[in-house]
Write a protein that binds this ligand. Structure first.
Ligand code: HSE
Length: 338
């Protein structure tokens, strides 16, 4: 049995989903892959750091929201950087809050982990949108890897489909519904809900960012478009430089008018190779019923790759949620350790 030790940064929704997934898939990992994952450390800016080199009690952790019920002997006086350096771990799972302007504090966490010779897996868009090349270089120089599948469309393998399979087919354009919260709100409004009620429900279900303006004003989609630009086209675009419009100005009347014309409002992120360079945008678009993106409901996401050799490929799947994002972390983990 190969034992892999994990250090986690952040104990929020996605961290809980990840711990739950490790518990649910434990037998599969052992029997089918000969792998045993031990969470040796978790640090959260709100609750402190807990550590056990032989593995923390994950069943207990899955049932608590903070560390107040954890055994006192598990606590360490370590900040996040000290945890990264001191805890026995092969992989650091970075799940701190997203900041698309600076990427911090996650960039620092990822750098520190890679410099310490530990693999990094993150669903945090900040460091990948802003500093992917630097982090990838650090990973290479230190003989480790960085996984970021969960930054775009959660566990639906949008990035891996492009980077591992489609690149040689010549991708020329990408279009997609890349934000679960806004698609959920637009769907709920079509069903008669108000904008405010729909947003509250998206927050309750764990789709929305800590600051939901990041979702509804299109920043989150812009971050994902920047990540795709970087990973698929090798072009760095700052999320804040992307031509962007959100959904907060769409009224119930706009939704009704679209429905009468058999159309649906969708927040579309796009990238297109042109003679002038790569064009990027995020904006609400009214799509006819027969467009495949029109049919995406709730927190669902979809991405369309236009390619030279294969024409158009559409990938549809979940785009947000604790379990769905945890799936991406598991995918990355297996890619790294197998
Ligand atoms: N807030 C994001 C969304 C989470 O709604 O899509 C996943 O990136």
């Amino acid at each position: 049995m190969k034992i892999i030790k994990l250090g986690m940064i952040g104990f929020g929704n996605v961290a809980h989903g990840f711990i739950q997934a490790l518990i649910e898939k434990k037998t599969f990992f052992r029997k089918e892959m000969g792998l045993e994952f031990l969470v040796t450390s978790i640090t959260d800016i709100r609750y402190g750091t807990i550590y056990d080199p032989d593995g923390l009690p994950v069943e207990k952790l899955a049932s608590v929201r903070d560390f107040s019920e954890m055994d006192q002997s598990l606590f360490r006086e370590w900040n996040t950087i000290q945890m990264i350096r001191n805890a026995e771990s092969d992989v650091i799972i970075e799940l701190s809050y997203t900041d698309l302007k600076t990427g911090e504090p996650a960039v620092l966490h990822c750098q520190e982990a890679l410099l310490s010779g530990k693999h990094v897996i993150t669903s945090n868009k900040g460091p990948i949108a802003l500093h992917y090349s630097m982090l990838k270089g650090l990973a290479r120089d230190n003989g480790v890897k960085i996984g970021c599948e969960g930054t775009v469309m959660s566990g639906t393998p949008a990035l891996r489909l492009a980077t591992d399979s489609l690149l040689p087919t010549g991708i020329t354009e990408i279009k997609g519904i890349l934000n679960g919260t806004t698609n959920f709100i637009l769907t709920e409004m079509e069903n008669g809900s108000t904008y405010d009620d729909a947003l509250k429900e998206a927050q309750r279900l764990g789709y929305a960012e800590a600051d939901p303006s990041g979702d509804v004003e299109g920043f989150d989609t812009a971050g994902k478009i920047a990540i795709l630009a970087h990973l698929v086209f090798g072009t760095f675009i700052k999320p804040e430089d992307i031509n962007r419009e959100g959904i907060s100005d769409i009224t119930l009347e706009d939704i009704r008018d679209a429905q009468k014309a058999n159309m649906h409002w969708k927040l579309i992120g796009s990238l297109k190779k042109t003679e002038k360079g790569l064009e990027a945008s995020v904006k609400p678009v009214m799509l006819p019923e027969d467009n495949p993106l029109s049919a995406i409901r709730g927190a669902g996401n979809a991405i369309q790759y236009r390619t030279d050799l294969l024409g158009e490929i559409t990938l549809i799947g979940p785009g947000a949620g604790r379990k769905e994002t945890a799936a991406a972390l598991i995918e990355d983990l297996l890619h790294i350790v197998l």
